[in-house]
Design a protein around this ligand. Sequence first.
Ligand SMILES: Nc1ncnc2c1ncn2[C@@H]1O[C@H](COP(=O)(O)OP(=O)(O)O)[C@@H](O)[C@H]1O
Ligand SMILES: [Mg+2]
Length: 262
Amino acid sequence: MFEKNRIITIANQKGGVGKTTTAINLATALAAIGERVLVVDLDPQGNASTGLGIDRRTRKLSSYDLLVGTNSVAEVAVPTAVPNLDIVASTMDLLGFEMEVANSANRVFFLRNALQADDARYSYILVDCPPSFNLLTMNAMAAAHSVLVPLQCEFFALEGLSQLLDTVNQIRGTVNPTLDIQGIVLTMFDSRNNLAQQVVNDVRTHLGEKVYHTLIPRNVRVSEAPSYGKPAILYDLKCAGSQAYLQLASEVIQRERLRKAA
Ligand SMILES: Nc1ncnc2c1ncn2[C@@H]1O[C@H](COP(=O)(O)OP(=O)(O)O)[C@@H](O)[C@H]1O
Ligand SMILES: [Mg+2]
């Protein structure tokens, strides 16, 4: 596949595990380091778009137009308040995508085709997925170089994860043989909760080096930021959540360096 950029899909079929928060803040952190970053919001709910300050009323072209091929990346991407960070916003049109393309032989390749046409304006493209294994998520996995999985530190985390890893294996066996796991990031960690520490230990035991060292803490500043249309890193750079996402970005970049060197 093409090596001019890295396409990372942020996926987990469960809702509320920190996908969108990770997409927004990892993208911001990568942009702050000087990478040229694009977020593609593939969730009809559009939380990544709202959280990056793109008002629903101002959204004209969207990820739907990109998917169906009526518009290019350059035409649908809009700048955010973060230098170096653009977004392809989502609109409710996305809800119709699955039905419209269900009978197409290429139904999982729409996003890949659209992103392949991008002529290297971005070094990282992060795709924020909806909370299910639907055709939008399949498109995101078929288009990506790797999958980054946010995992909430709670009791059923591992159970959902094995389902997700099975799905990644299926995609690898069919439409995207080089799809990699970029890593698993533990989110909303609460050090006062004994169970959370237990979950961290279990996940590290089972998945070893695939799990990032960075733990994203549960942090009220992180949850407040989207209501101001800002990434946590702009809203409160010093808070523990922002600092954790900056650390995660350096781990992601480190992994990419190691991969390139290999
Ligand atoms: N580290 C965190 N600390 C506190 N709240 C968080 C954190 N990460 C996410 N949240 C909150 O949890 C909720 C779900 O997060 P979100 O990123 O939208 O999950 P998903 O995209 O997987 O559905 C949101 O209200 C978000 O603000
Ligand atoms: Mg989300």
